[in-house]
Ligand binder design. Structure first.
Ligand SMILES: C[C@H](O)[C@H](O)[C@H]1CNC2=NC(N)=NC(=O)C2=N1
Length: 92
């Protein structure tokens, strides 16, 4: 099982644009309309499935909120950080 990161490790590694909300890291990605967000969510869903590490994804008009935590560990691990970076690569 992945080890929990401590606050200093999270602060040091959290990618730009991501924040911490309790035991989750979160980012809201912005889009010009609804369907680009749906496409982005589908893409990161495939990355998540490939990594076997799954985010909470909330799609609204022009925004996709992504939340990551490691349920098996009960908090934030390197898996969450690494997946956040992969999601950012898709977005840029
Ligand atoms: C049973 C299954 O292997 C586990 O639930 C996996 C799947 N996806 C997961 N996703 C996330 N975010 N955290 C987990 O601990 C996790 N564990």
């Amino acid at each position: 099982m992945a080890d929990l990161l401590d606050d200093s490790e999270i602060e040091a590694q959290l990618p730009d644009e991501w924040g911490q909300d309790g035991d989750e890291i979160v980012r809201t990605y912005e889009f010009d309309s609804y369907l680009p967000g749906v496409g982005f969510a589908s893409g990161i869903g495939g990355i998540a499935e490939d990594a076997w590490h799954h985010p909470e994804i909330t799609i609204t008009w022009g925004e996709v909120e992504v939340r990551l935590t490691t349920h098996d560990a009960g908090g934030i691990t390197q898996k969450d950080i690494d997946l956040a970076e992969r999601f950012d690569d898709v977005y840029e």
